[in-house]
Design a binder for this molecule. Structure first.
Ligand code: ADP
Ligand code: MN
Ligand code: MN
Ligand code: MN
Length: 356
């Protein structure tokens, strides 16, 4: 059967890699169980994506995840890793680094992830719900609001959620956020039988969900921004809270001890994590607007002003997961997962940074 296959990859833009994609018609056997290894490798012009020089420009696209394309009658969305001319992971290929960390031992701890992706819908450069001049009424009524004048862009949000579901992504839910025009969707662990929220699946799904959001916005004359602080002043920024657990953290017999150990480790390398959690993070992590200041590390039960929050339900049960509230909306989930796994799942706890 013939399909439109949309090959999706990440470019070499700095400081934030961007999504790219192009279409190829592929012939594969039909059905729901098409796997990435049935799809051909492909190439692209790396000199047009800040990934190579014009003289030696061809780079390879290696299909690594395939889902249904909800926007085309017979279509596939194909997440790819970028390889160099020798077939080795390109320097911009963060997914390969995540694979290496999983193979080095982290996978044995059965890590699960769940990302809360916040974003801002913009029209004519302003968040939806912002008047042409001046500002809307102060924050308060918008979070999880309902009704005209309370929420802006719901139709698009619904279209996107349906598209994620139709694609078979692990979408968990959506909600209107604190600033007008700001929304959230979550991708990751749902507790569904037979579904694994392993880091590669969740991070691939999040990138595909971001691609779908941009794609659906195109058709609506709106754009989605992942800027961590789209409007300065008394307006919430946009983050990507990262929920995380290991086998030990989920174990009723030793869960809370494992969560506490993970938090201790995370505290030791706070600065390294901040450096891996997306550009311009200092604009959002100010200590206001449900964040902890960028140069402080704090943790607490149900504390939305902390770096790491233990959800109340987890504290009550004595096992479960933790929430890293630091990553920005523009973070790369491959990098965030890799950084967390290296800190939490290594045999030895990370060494304390030398005092300066
Ligand atoms: P919040 O209360 O912080 O707004 P949400 O309801 O938006 O939280 O999202 C909860 C997130 O937690 C989801 O992304 C979900 O996938 C994730 N999650 C739930 N349980 C686990 C777990 N055991 N391990 C990892 N992630 C989890
Ligand atoms: Mn949330
Ligand atoms: Mn949120
Ligand atoms: Mn959260």
């Amino acid at each position: 059967m013939q399909y439109f296959a949309e090959y999706i990859w990440l470019d070499g833009a700095k400081p934030t890699q961007q999504l790219r994609s192009k279409t190829r018609i592929v012939s594969v056997r039909g059905g729901d169980a098409i796997t990435a290894d049935e799809l051909p490798e492909w190439s692209f012009d790396g000199s047009s994506t800040s990934q190579s020089d014009g003289g030696d420009s061809d780079l390879l696209l290696e299909p690594v995840r395939v889902v249904r394309d909800p926007l085309r009658a017979s279509g596939l969305l194909v997440m790819c890793e970028v390889l160099d001319a020798e077939g080795k992971p390109h320097a911009t290929n963060q997914r390969a680094r995540l694979r290496a960390t999983l193979d080095a031992g982290a996978a044995a701890q059965d890590p699960w992830f769940g990302f809360e992706q916040e974003y801002t819908l913009l029209s004519a450069g302003r968040p939806l719900g912002f008047p042409e001049s001046g500002f809307p009424a102060p924050q308060g009524p918008y979070y999880c609001g309902v009704g005209s004048g309370q929420v802006f862009g719901r139709e698009l949000v619904e279209q996107h959620a349906q598209a994620c579901l139709d694609a078979g992504l692990m979408i968990y839910g959506t909600n209107a956020e604190v600033m007008p025009g700001q929304w959230e969707f979550q991708i990751g662990h749902r507790g569904t039988e037979g579904e694994t929220a392993d880091p590669l699946s969740v991070a691939d799904h999040l990138w595909i969900a971001r691609w779908l959001l941009h794609r659906i916005c195109e058709a609506n004359g709106v754009s989605a921004s992942f800027e961590p602080k789209p409007v300065y002043g008394d307006w919430n920024g946009a983050g990507a809270h990262t929920n995380f657990s290991t086998l030990a953290m989920r174990d009723p017999a030793r869960g809370m001890a494992a969560i506490e150990d993970a938090i201790e480790r995370l505290e030791r390398v706070h600065d390294e994590h901040i450096a891996s959690y997306g550009a311009d993070l200092h604009q959002r992590l100010t200590g206001l607007h449900e964040t902890c200041s960028i140069d402080r590390f704090a943790s607490g039960v149900a504390d939305r002003g902390s770096s790491i929050r233990i959800p109340r339900s987890v504290a009550r049960q004595g096992h479960g997961y933790l929430e890293d509230r630091r990553p920005g909306a523009n973070c790369d989930p491959y990098v965030v997962c890799e950084r967390i796994l290296r800190t939490v799942c290594s045999e030895e706890p990370p060494r304390l940074a030398a005092a300066s």
